[in-house]
Write a protein of this length. Structure first.
Length: 248
């Protein structure tokens, strides 16, 4: 089922068959681990999305979405291995975890991320999700430049009712970071999330397994600016075929 199509020649569809899912996981492994397996026990609980070149059908990105039936279930999720999500688990919010976004090198990150979010918006609307959250990572295991970029750009912090608490022993709190600390540019994916009203946790975590550092970001769907929401829904407004699929 195609979920969104953009003007840049890309389309997003949900992986429905075992072959589709295997294709997504193989692509993710190639991007994140140079072909070594990148799989975990959460894959079986997620909906997997594939972004393709509309002309060639080549996979250019993939991601996964897990929608929780009850907020209490979020304690056992991918992000929950690095962050204490107790507040979210007791918030009563209908939540979904968006993650493992892998984009092929040389592809337009912001454009693909926006198209993927259009597809996610379609699913979120249909399932009544109130909060979408996930880890946003950058390459490298030095947390200081990323943390400094969050502080210096005054990225808004998550509210107490769902904010993550520290869990990982290898972390850097944003509070108290010295003024003038060298900072990197905010990654395009995070900028895209922030433009929609996302907020982040108060610390950055080091992931030595993947060679990255990340922060937990969350977006309450009711806080997305109306113009942004309309734009994302327009991306996902595809004509339906008579058999329940979509054209394109």
């Amino acid at each position: 089922m195609q979920l969104a199509a953009g003007s840049g020649g890309f389309r997003v569809r949900e992986a429905r068959t075992a072959a589709d899912i295997e294709r997504a996981l193989a692509f993710r492994s190639a991007v994140f681990r140079r072909g070594a397996p990148d799989r975990d026990r959460f894959d079986a609980l997620c909906r997997h999305l594939i972004v393709e070149d509309a002309g060639s059908g080549e996979t250019v990105a993939c991601l996964r979405l897990r929608v929780f039936a009850r907020s209490g279930e979020v304690a056992d999720c991918y992000a929950g291995t690095a962050y204490d999500l107790s507040a979210l688990a007791t918030s009563g919010l209908r939540a979904a975890e968006l993650g493992r976004l892998a984009i092929a090198q040389g592809q337009p990150v912001a454009e693909i991320a926006r198209l993927a979010l259009g597809a996610v918006t379609r699913l979120v609307d249909a399932l009544g999700v109130e909060l979408v959250f996930g880890c946003v990572s950058v390459a490298g295991i030095d947390p200081v430049p990323f943390a400094a970029s969050l502080v210096q750009n005054r990225v808004p912090l998550a509210p107490p009712h769902w904010a993550p608490a520290p869990r990982s022993p290898e972390r850097l709190m944003l509070a108290g970071l010295p003024v003038g600390t060298r900072a990197m540019a905010l990654p395009p994916l995070l900028r895209t999330y922030l433009a929609m009203g996302a907020r982040v946790g108060d610390h950055v975590v080091v992931d030595r397994d993947l060679g990255t550092v990340h922060v937990l970001a969350g977006l309450e769907t009711g806080e997305v600016p109306a113009a942004r929401a309309a734009s994302l829904r327009a991306l996902a407004a595809l004509p339906e075929t008579g058999d329940g699929g979509t054209r394109g």
